[in-house]
Design a protein around this ligand. Structure first.
Ligand code: UDP
Ligand code: MG
Length: 316
């Protein structure tokens, strides 16, 4: 059994030495049959240097440097595509998710599960705002989504080759990886753990990135927002019909032109509904555009690894 560990890193120079040290301990039992893939997602600090330095103390390390910043989910995809393992373990560079959980995850996988994901029972050291938005996000996503996506889980998980191949066979450019694994199906199980605070560096998910991530997730896994637009249109039509009755009634009974209140009400309501509908359609059209362009997701500009990938070795 060959194990691949995949970690996306963006401006994580401070975290890498500790990360590699702790990981090499964790993967001890699989040492000769493992690779640790660090993907440098266009960092602007010396993350790549830290990866090269870590390579000297950790021979299993594979470093991939993307030609520019492509975002967490794409950096992760790059690592997953490079992974040679029969089992693939994903985590963040900041050690918020304890690598030691790998042992438990392996245990569950030995019992026949294809995907073992970590479920955060508690998040330490994160702002109230982050906790609240994350809580709302996972609930709203499930209300909207056509596929049930496990709540309070991240990409921290162990997956086997067949579930990874299923995800890699999905050609979409907007990648919401945890949702793609959920959609792929197979046997899945969650393990609860406490999410530690980030020790070094700072979060790469400011509010804007979180919003983008949430909208990507929503549009990638559901067409319900589009239907919502239709429903909203029905509601506004109904409102308009009621309004018409009221207008005619007041015209006949009071012989007055309807007051500005109803006009303002109507104008604001309908323009709101129209903008919302347009916005929702725009989100999907934008995504169609990106998919239609069909650009490669990323380019690897530099690589450190000392052995040929397993598949090549086997072929040779
Ligand atoms: N990350 C990345 N590219 C980005 C943003 C983040 O590769 O554009 C990586 C980052 O280095 C980390 C992981 O994605 O390993 C998760 O990011 P972070 O810990 O900042 O997110 P949070 O835990 O705060 O949600
Ligand atoms: Mg983090």
């Amino acid at each position: 059994m060959y194990l691949s560990v995949v970690i996306p890193c963006m401006n994580e120079e401070a975290s890498i030495p500790g990360l590699v040290e702790r990981l090499s301990k964790t993967i001890g039992p699989w040492k000769d049959q493992a690779e640790i893939i660090l993907v440098d997602d266009g960092s602007t600090d010396s993350t790549w240097k830290a990866i090269e330095a870590a390579k000297k103390v950790c021979p299993q390390l594979v470093g991939l440097k993307l030609s520019a910043n492509r975002g967490h989910q794409i950096a992760l995809t790059a690592g997953l595509e490079a992974a040679q393992g029969d089992r693939i373990f994903m985590l963040d560079a900041d050690l918020q998710d304890p690598p030691e959980l790998l042992t438990d995850m392996m245990f569950m996988m030995d019992r026949g599960f294809d995907v073992v994901y970590g479920r955060r029972s508690e998040r330490r050291g994160e702002t109230m705002f982050k906790k609240a938005t994350a809580h709302l996000f996972y609930r709203f996503l499930n209300a909207m989504s056509d596929v049930p996506i496990p709540r309070d889980t991240g990409d921290f998980r162990l997956v086997n080759r067949r579930s990874l191949d299923a995800v890699l066979a999905m050609p979409e450019k907007a990648r919401f990886i945890r949702g793609m694994f959920a959609w792929a199906g197979f046997k899945q199980v969650g393990i609860e753990y406490i999410r530690a605070p980030r020790e070094l560096g700072e979060t790469k998910y400011p509010f804007r990135a979180m919003m983008r991530f949430a909208i990507d997730a929503m549009t990638a896994f559901s067409t319900k927002p589009l239907r919502l637009a239709t429903r909203l249109a029905f509601v506004s039509l109904l409102m308009a019909a009621l309004m018409a009755v009221y207008v005619i009634y007041s015209l006949v009974v009071y012989q007055t032109a309807p007051g500005w209140a109803s006009v303002v009400l109507a104008v604001s309501f309908f323009s709101g509904a129209q903008l919302l509908t347009l916005g929702i359609m725009g989100e999907y059209i934008g995504r169609l555009y990106v998919e239609a362009k069909n650009r490669p997701l990323y380019f690897v500009s530099e690589e450190v690894r000392d052995v040929a990938p397993v598949t090549q070795r086997l072929r040779a």
